[in-house]
Design a protein around this ligand. Structure first.
Ligand code: KIV
Ligand code: ZN
Length: 504
């Protein structure tokens, strides 16, 4: 039984996280997130599911080739074609991992796979044996493990470990587990899989009942030594275990959780913002650790306590996750060198040409806003560097609104190099601006979601807008940020429209 205290952090933001409804990252966005995760100190990065699409394959391949400081994993069903494709995508990596999976619960066997337990046992062993022809770094996941007969699960794990699996993963695929019962199951597997000492036992929890982090911690307590998780807890349906929650629980309650991770927690906040910005998955304000309100104190009694002694009402120090709230970082007199140094400290490596664009935009923002925080820089980089090719570019925007008048908007767009002007009225200034844009672009897309968030405090804060559009069966998101929320909204709308145009 492995009882060392090191917990392996396996991040699946770019695979399970990218399976969140409406999320679709382009190559540059995946690379940017990958680099940030490397800097954060994760051990294994699941880069994607190469057989799923040529885009997934290419993304996994680029991440494997570029990120040398961690293991890059590729997902594959337990069939040769998937395993071949996964291996081709990751073979150039420094320490590539094949992650193959097969369902083991009776309900999946009966309705999905239409296979007997014996057939599944055989298939799992075969798949791992086949993968071991490529690498010795192999993970096997028993999909729907938490609804699988435990003796059969132990049999499957025994078989795949004999065939060469070095990690066996116990997913709570449907988010059905309850912490103490999940712990009991993990203990059972640890005690009844004869060769478990030859492998690392991993867990992968979904958050359908809001218990993904609690289940992960309970599993660690019973011997699991790899946690599969995502930034901000994004993922299929209600998402996965949130990396920042597990890591900060271990750090904060080391008395109950005497374990170690390799995570540099000071990068948590900027990683969370980057993932939220690029995926368009807004973090709920009351989200543990990384929500906008996680360190905000509203009640006078609490404010008074925190001012006297922070620990009266804060169990974590915001600095430990890299938060610099309230501290003036940069202003309109800051020079290019200062911005570059700050960006490097935050984990961005920009080319000179990218730096030119970021600096130009920084000056515009700093002119409107007295204090520029790291959070502002995150969105500037996301907008200026990580954007997809633009079919539609905003040249200018003029809106008139107020009480007692009909809101109107005039928008100037560069469409494939030609300047076009659109004018419209609307229910409000944002509606008028969107109508003016859609008249020019002739889009048939439907607006599914429109959200506005304030990036930092104060009335001069940048507004961060996320727009989700649907055209046919394609769903895309776009983000925009600006101290003027109407401009931020139009930017977000154009980003989403550009994504639709790019995908076409
Ligand atoms: O939820 C799940 O079971 C998965 C597996 C592929 C690990 O994502
Ligand atoms: Zn999953």
């Amino acid at each position: 039984m492995k009882q060392d205290s090191r917990i392996i952090i396996f991040d699946t933001t770019l695979r399970d996280g990218e399976q969140s409804p409406g999320v679709s990252l382009n190559m540059e966005e995946k690379i940017q997130i990958g680099r940030q995760l490397e800097k954060l100190g994760i051990d294994v990065l699941e880069a994607g599911f190469p057989v799923a699409s040529p885009g997934d394959y290419e993304g996994v391949q680029r991440l494997a080739r570029e990120l040398k400081g961690l293991q890059v994993a590729a997902l594959a069903r337990a069939v040769r074609k998937d395993i071949d494709t996964a291996w081709e995508a990751i073979r150039d990596g420094a320490n590539p991992r094949i992650h193959t999976f097969l369902a083991t619960s009776d309900i999946h066997l009966k309705y999905k796979l239409r296979k007997t337990r014996e057939e599944v046992l055989e298939m799992a062993g075969e798949a791992v044996k086949y993968a071991s022809g490529f690498t010795s770094n192999i993970e096997f996941s028993a999909e729907d493990a938490s609804r699988t007969d435990l003796d059969f699960l132990c049999q499957v794990f025994e078989r795949v470990i004999d065939a060469g699996a070095t990690t066996v993963n116990f997913p709570d695929t449907v988010g059905y587990a309850i912490p103490w019962d999940f712990g009991r199951m993990i203990k059972y597997v640890m005690e009844n899989t004869s060769n478990i000492h030859k492998a690392v036992l991993s867990i992968h929890c979904h958050n359908d009942l809001g218990l993904a982090t609690a289940n992960a911690l309970s599993a660690i307590n019973e011997g699991a030594r790899q946690v599969e998780c995502t930034i901000n807890g994004i993922g299929e349906r209600a998402g996965n275990t949130a990396m920042e929650e597990v890591v900060m629980a271990i750090r904060t309650r080391h008395d109950c959780l005497p374990y170690e991770t390799n995570i540099n927690t000071r990068h948590i906040s900027s990683t969370s913002r980057m993932v939220s910005m690029l995926t368009g998955m807004i973090v709920q304000p009351n989200k543990a650790v990384v929500g906008a309100n996680a360190f905000a104190h509203e009640s006078g009694i609490h404010q008074d306590g925190v001012l006297k002694e922070r620990t009266t009402y804060e169990v974590m120090d915001p600095k430990d996750i890299g938060l610099t709230h309230g501290r003036l970082v940069l202003g309109k007199h800051s020079g290019r060198h200062a911005i570059k140094a700050k960006l490097e400290e935050m984990g961005y490596e920009l080319s000179d040409e990218e730096m030119d664009r970021v600096f130009k935009r920084f000056k515009v923002v700093a002119d409107k806003k007295k204090e520029v925080f790291p959070e502002d820089l995150d969105v500037i980089v996301a907008e200026e560097v990580l954007r997809i090719p633009e079919t539609y570019k905003l040249i200018y925007l003029h809106v008139a609104g107020g009480s007692g008048i009909r809101p109107t908007a005039t928008v100037g767009l560069d469409i494939d190099g030609e300047e076009k002007i659109g004018v419209s009225i609307g229910a409000g200034p944002i509606d008028a601006a969107f109508n003016a844009v859609s008249n020019l672009v002739h889009t048939r897309s439907k607006l599914l979601r429109f959200t506005v968030n304030s990036i930092t405090g104060g009335t001069d804060a940048q507004g961060e807008v996320t727009v989700r559009l649907q055209e046919g069966d394609r769903v895309v998101t776009g983000q925009g940020a600006d101290p003027d929320i109407i401009t931020a909204s139009v930017r977000a709308y154009l980003t989403a429209l550009n994504r639709l145009a790019y995908r076409k």
